[in-house]
Design a protein around this ligand. Sequence first.
Ligand code: SF4
Length: 211
Amino acid sequence: MNKEKSEEIFRRLSIAIPAPKTELNHNSVFELLIAVILSAQATDKGVNIATAKLYPVANTPSAILALGIEGLERYIKTIGLYHSKAKNVLATCERLIEVYGGEVPRTREALESLPGVGRKTANVILNTAFGEPTIAVDTHIFRVGNRTGLGRGKTPLAVENKLMKIVPKAYMKDAHHLLILHGRYTCVARKPKCDECVILDLCEFKGKVVA
Ligand code: SF4
């Protein structure tokens, strides 16, 4: 993969995906943070169903803390790993109040100090909420990076490091969502829709599925 090819890939993806945004519903940075914590190994759709009921009742650190563990679990029990996620959400709310004045911090270090927030979640918040040029390598980006040749690697961090080098500056801010949405709807896990893929001729995947 070279820079010219990468440039053309992102040019085409940004035309095919004109609104590269998160599909997690939120109306504040705090709501986004909690949704991202809840979304680990769960679908955005499932998280949106839960937060549609939770956020009208509690969408601040103090309001969620006031629900307590059982109260919070009632809203999120349809989401996988809900018990440990509820514990992390409450501990994160506590820390946001105690250390960050109830606000979501803007630095990677501070974000990663929150319970339930690892590098991937921090990258999502930095990119989606604060417009930083970060790429959070989830299962979709890991697959698309490895298939296309944009970022081959055995670990999410290895893929992230490759992508940070190859993604053209102009597309850096949107790259995260362009790749996720491409992976979610076109370069799907089981049978990629190569026939309708706008980067078919540029993709380096040997197992392309073409009729
Ligand atoms: S050509 Fe196929 S494998 Fe390559 S990016 Fe497109 S959908 Fe994925």
